[in-house]
Every structure is written in C-alpha cells, then in structure tokens.
Design a protein around this ligand. Structure first.
Ligand code: ADP
Length: 730
C-alpha cells in the first residue's frame, strides 16, 4: 500500500495515463471511423459505378413506386434524366401503358409482401415516343431498415421483335404451306412422315392423320422403291438437295407422276435431323406430253408402216406408253355386211377374220357411237337387258371407243382386263377418245391405201379368175358334153345289149343334168349381177322343203356311205312361213350338195331353228374343211379353194355366190365356220315371217311326168327342134 500523498500523486498519474489512453483510444477509434467511413464511401462508389454502368436498367423505389434511384441505362432507355426520374412515381411517369398499370400495381403489392416478381414483360413508351419492351424483375430489399424495391428492367425490344418476326414468318410459311398446291412433306430419319400438308392430302389421298408415322413406301410403288432409296441416301448422307420425277401411288391405287424436290434439314451441329420434300403432281402434264407424242407417232406410223396390220401393231406399241394394251384390239366395222373384222398379219399382207357384228360389246359401241367403259357389273346388266351377248371369257373391265370418220363409225378400239377391275378408268377413256381421231385418220388412210392396192390386185386377180373360170368352165362343160356325145355315139351301135344301153343312157342323163346345173348357175349369177333377180314370196311349209331336200340327197349320201340327218325346229303350222321358197331351196340344196361333195366319210347334218324371230339354218359336214383365209372369199363368184383343173371336185365356183346374193335379198346373212380336215358348218339366218295359209302351197317332187297316167293335152312353144322332139316323146 502507498502513502496518501504518494497515492494521490500516483492516482493523478494513473488518471492522466488513463486519460491519455482514452485519448489514444478515441483517436484510434476516430481513425478507425475515418477508415471505415472511407471504406464505406469507396464501396458505395464502386456499387454506384456498377449500378450506373449495368447494361440493364436498375432502379430503386419505395413500395409505392416512387423512384429513389435509377441508373444511367434507365435514363437511356426511358430517354429521361435521372434527376427527373428521382422522386417520381413510375406509375405516373406515363411510360407504362394504361392497360399495364394494374399489373404494375400488383407487382408492388407483391413486393410489399416481401416477394420477388418477374420477369414480366412491359411495353413502355419512351420520352421520344418510341416503343420498347422491357422485361422487369423486382426484388424487395431493406436498406437502413427501410423496405424498398430493387427493379431490374432489361430491354428485350430487339429479341421480341426478332421473335415476332420469326413468328410472323412462321405463320406466313404455314399459310403458304397450307395454301400451296405443292405437297409439303417432312420425313424423319426413318423415312416416316412427320409433316403432311393439305396439298399432300389432295395429291395422295391420305389425310394428315392417316399419313403421320407412315413409311414412305405407302405412296411409292414397289418398282420405284430402290431408286427412291438411292436418292434418300444421297440426301441424308451427302446432305445435298435432290430432284427426281417419280411414279407414286394414290390411296385409291391409281398411279401418278410427281416431281420431287428433297432437301435435308440440318441443325447447328451440321447433323441432318429430317428431310423436307416438296412434290408437284405432274401426271396430267406428263400424260398430255406423252399423248401428244403418241398422236404424233401414230400419224407418222401411217406413213411408215406397210400395211394396216402393221399399223395396228404400231398403234398398240405407241398406246402402251400411256395405257395397258396387253389385251387390245382394233375391230373394223363393215356397215354393208354389219360385220366386224379383226385384221391379222400373214404373208406380208393384210388378212381379216370377219364375223357378224351381232350382240358384241364392240357392236354396242358401233351402234351407240359412244365410248363404253364397262365393268363386270355393267356387262352383266347389258347382258340381262339383252343388248349384248357374252362371247368368250368375260372381262373384269372392258373399254372401247368408236373410231369415226365423217361421223361414221369405221371401227372400235378396245382394251380389256380379265383380272383387274380397276385397270381402266374415265381418264383412260377420255385419253383414248382424244387419240382416237388420229387413230381413225391413220387407219382410214392406210385402209384406203390398202383398198387401192387391193383393187389393183383384185383387177389382176379378177383377170386371173376370169381366165381360170373360163378354163374351168370349158372344162366343166366339155366333160359332160364329151360324155353326152361319146355315149350317144355308142348308142348308135347295133350290137350293144340292153344293159349297156341303159348304162349309156344313164351317163348321158347325168351329164345332161350336170350341164343344166352349170347353165342354171350361169343364168342365175348373170340375173343377180344385172339386178333383175326378184323375190317371189309365198306361204309354204318349211318342213316340207327340209323333207324334200333330205329325200332328194339321201340316195347320194347312202351311195357314199355318209350319214345324213335332218332336224326341224318348228312343228305343225308354226313351220308355215312366208318367204321365197325357191331361193331357200336353192341355197339349202347348194349347201347340202357341197357338204356331200366335200365330205368323204362321216356325217352331214342339216337343221333349222327359230330364235328371236330369226330362222337359223345350219348345214354341217365332217369333210375337208375350208382354210381360214378362204372363209369369206368362197362366197365370191368364181372363187374355189382349189381352182386348179386337177382338183378332185367338179363345180364352177358360183353356188355360194348365188346363195349369198339370195340370202341378202331375203334380208339375212350367210357365213361359214370351219376347221381344215375336220369339217365345215355353214350358217344361214333369215327373218321369220309366219305364213297364213297352206292353200297356195304345192308340194313339188322332182320327178319326170308319168306319161302313162297323163291324159292332158299340153301346148308347148319351143323353138329348139331337139327339145321339141324330146317333149314329144313324153
Ligand atoms: P363349187 O361349185 O366350186 O362348189 P361353191 O360356190 O359352191 O362352188 O363353193 C365355192 C368353194 O367353196 C368350193 O370350190 C370349195 O372349195 C369351197 N366349199 C364350199 N362348200 C364346202 C364344204 N362344205 N366343205 C369344204 N369346202 C367347201
């Protein structure tokens, strides 16, 4: 313990030291405060710099929206000085649109609740009248215990504009894609549909819904697939655009031709992410180009081909590029004979298979002068209504167009399919109609040429025929004449016995009949040619005529060991008909006579029946037959299958020509079907007119008058002495 004065002194010293210490501490504190102050000032400064230079607009406001502080970017964006902004409520600044005020107030309300907001988009008006879009984010903060709002506003005008531009572009593109006539299709990397516009729907028939996810093969026919795959590889691997013209398939199965433009869609990394294709349906264009080409080629072919048949083949080849012609024919129509003929090729010359037009589909087209696209259903309907009759195997679809010249049908071009009912459609019909004019012209031209050549050939042929006929005629007359004269001179000998005399007389008789036949034929044909042959119509029983012919030829058939049968299709009064009996006799006798003449063994049948008011006669034999190329010509005068004198059969080749002329006069037709060495069937058709009475009918028997029974006196005017003498003996 110290003494009091010492203690005081010490205490004072201690106090002074403490004071100094306090002073030092105060000083240090002051220094610290100064330092702290300085530090604060510099950090505020820094923050201020950061605040001012920030690229986004920053502002500080109270919870009512009164701006306390705003940075330079805010000044720039709004075009207003900081000082002008400070203290103002941003709701009243006229920068926020009236319709957005409510939203802005809501943001302040959220801030008041201590919540962060944004980013929210606001379109604001600058002082200079410009419009900018700000993306505003706000944070509630507390500064010096005061709750304030820190706002960050980013100018996104450019971004928004770019987005709008992109959107507009997209909309415009979408509009174009929807409106365009081009099919716009996007494929994924598996070649499956990702996008399918309305034009694609229209072109290929599939809706977008049906098409999505489908592999491209649904519109690409098998035959084009490998080519398309190749293009796909090029587009996706070589990353280049490729064009191609390709055959495609519509939903309904029809083929179409499209022009494709394929482009790979590549991302920023350079990878192909899809393929965009545009397709244009060029079927019509290509078709019309092809059709033009076909028309041109066909018209050219008429000049370059040698005959009609070759021309028809060329037409088929040309048409094959636009339509399936694997089952094609052109039938030519003969109006006079109401027949159709199919030209075929043989010996560098045109030959024709001719048949009655009848109730064929082809004739239906001829008669209606209109194209016919007949499905099986239509054919059935036409058959049921009796308008056509099916011949051969029935088509699934049949398409025929008339070939016309000067409004007259000269033929029919037809295509058909036995398998595919969709092989042809209306468009094919229109197309064939389009080319049919050129085909008609070409055929007509070639036909005229061919006819001229034929006429020339015929003139030569007719010359040749005439010579052959005369040679034949003289042969045919000389033979019986020699017989008559030879045997007549033999009769003069006294020494011949009765048996030989009978034999000679019968030979003379036979030769006479043969002569008479030839002369009758010659007279008949010259009457026909000079147009004086007339019909003598009467009522008679057709069955009597048939019976007569049967009994007339039976002995000859027996002599040749041939079976002869007759079949009559009508009974009783129904067989009573009204027609020219003599002409019908002449025709049937000629046919049966020929059948006997040209048949060595087998059978001869002749018959008739009534069918739809038509009398149909048939004379069938099992003889030598007629070659195919002679089926129509044997009905021409002087034409014989074997015109040589060395042939085994007599006759001058007039019988069928006379028969044909008679049948034509009777309003009917005659034709033959035959197989060489197997036999022939001659057909005759004439209209059936029912007879009314039997009164005037005379049943005629070809026998000489029996002079022993006759007591009648007959006056004969005959200028030929020999004939007179002969008649006198009866
Ligand atoms: P022809 O007097 O020569 O018999 P046609 O006009 O009656 O004269 O017949 C013409 C030709 O037709 C005959 O020469 C013959 O070649 C052929 N012909 C006619 N009928 C038959 C038949 N039934 N069988 C085979 N050929 C026949």
């Amino acid at each position: 313990m110290s003494t009091k004065p010492d203690n005081i002194e010490n205490l004072q010293q201690e106090i002074s030291r403490l004071k100094n210490r306090i002073e030092e501490i105060e000083k240090a504190k002051k220094q610290c405060e100064e330092i702290a102050m300085k530090t604060l000032e510099s950090s505020e400064e820094r923050h201020k710099i950061i605040f001012d230079l920030a690229p986004d607009a920053l502002y500080l406001s109270d919870l009512k929206g009164n701006i306390i502080e705003a940075n330079q970017t805010a000044e720039k964006i709004l075009g207003q000085d900081k000082k002008e902004l400070t203290g103002k409520n941003f709701l009243e600044l006229n920068v926020i649109k009236t319709q957005d005020r409510h939203r802005a107030t809501k943001i302040l309300a959220k801030n008041a609740l201590g919540l962060k907001t944004g980013p929210d988009k606001f379109e604001v008006e600058t002082q200079t009248g410009g419009r900018i879009v700000l993306e505003i984010t706000t944070f509630p903060i507390i500064i010096h215990k005061e709750r304030l709002v820190m706002g960050i506003a980013r100018d996104i005008t450019e971004r928004v504009q770019a987005e709008e531009f992109r959107k507009k572009n997209q909309q415009r593109m979408a509009f174009h894609v929807d409106q365009t006539t081009l099919a716009v299709i996007e494929w994924d990397l598996n070649f499956k549909v990702k996008r399918w516009n309305p034009a694609a729907e229209k072109i290929f028939g599939y809706t977008a819904q049906e098409a999505f996810g489908q592999h491209a093969s649904f519109i690409i026919p098998e035959t084009s697939m490998s080519h398309v795959d190749q293009i796909w590889m090029e587009v996706t691997h070589l990353k280049g655009s490729r064009r191609l013209t390709n055959t495609n398939r519509h939903k309904n199965g029809n083929f179409l031709i499209c022009e494709w433009h394929n482009t790979p869609l590549i991302n920023n990394e350079g990878e192909v992410i899809a393929v965009a294709s545009m397709a244009l349906d060029v079927t019509e264009r290509i078709r019309s180009e092809e059709i033009q080409k076909v028309v041109y080629n066909i018209s050219n072919a008429a000049n370059t081909t040698g005959n009609l048949n070759k021309l028809i083949h060329r037409i088929q080849e040309e048409l094959a590029s636009i339509i399936d012609t694997s089952n094609y024919f052109i039938a030519l129509y003969n109006k006079d004979e109401d027949s159709l003929s199919l030209p075929f090729f043989a010996d560098e010359k045109d030959r024709f298979t001719t048949f009655p037009a009848g109730k064929t589909l082809t004739n239906y087209v001829v008669k209606n002068k209109k194209s016919l696209l007949a499905t099986r259903e239509v054919i059935d309907r036409l058959e049921k209504s009796g308008e056509v009759e099916a011949i051969g195997s029935i088509s699934e679809i049949w398409l025929g167009v008339p070939l016309e010249i000067d409004n007259e049908v000269i033929g029919v071009l037809a295509v058909q399919s036995h398998q595919n009912p969709n092989a042809y459609n209306e468009a094919d019909m229109k197309m064939l109609e389009f080319v049919s004019d050129q085909i008609s012209l070409s055929i007509h031209r070639k036909n005229s040429e061919v006819k001229m050549m034929d006429a020339l050939e015929k003139a030569t042929e007719s010359d040749r025929l005439k010579s052959a006929f005369l040679a034949n005629l003289s042969h045919e007359i000389r033979t019986p004449m020699n017989g008559i004269l030879g045997f007549a001179s033999l009769l003069k000998y006294d020494k011949i016995n009765d048996i030989d005399r009978e034999k000679y007389i019968s030979v003379i008789e036979k030769c006479g009949i043969q002569m008479l036949d030839i002369i009758n034929d010659l007279i008949d044909i010259s009457k026909i040619e000079s147009g004086i042959t007339e019909l003598v119509i009467s009522d008679f029983d057709l069955n009597h005529s048939m019976d007569f012919i049967y009994s007339f030829f039976k002995p000859e058939a027996d002599a040749k060991s041939l079976k002869l049968t007759v079949r009559k299709g009508l009974n009783g009064d129904k067989a009573l008909i009204q027609s020219d009996r003599e002409k019908i006799y002449a025709v049937l006798i000629n046919l049966v006579k020929n059948a006997l003449k040209y048949t060595k063994r087998g059978e001869i049948k002749f018959a008739y029946k009534l069918d739809n008011n038509i009398l149909r006669f048939m004379v069938q034999d099992t003889g030598i037959g007629v070659p195919e190329d002679k089926l129509t010509t044997i009905f021409k005068r002087f034409v014989q299958v074997d015109p040589t004198l060395s042939r085994n059969f007599d006759g001058v080749g007039l019988g069928l020509a006379i028969s044909k002329a008679y049948i034509k006069l009777l309003g009917g037709k005659i034709w033959v079907e035959s197989k060489l060495l197997q036999g022939s069937t001659f057909f005759v058709e004439i209209p059936y007119v029912k007879g009314k009475t039997r009164e005037i009918e005379k049943i005629e028997k070809p026998s000489l008058p029996d002079k022993t029974k006759s007591k009648l006196k007959i006056l004969i005017a005959e200028d030929d002495a020999i004939n007179r003498k002969l008649l006198h003996t009866f």
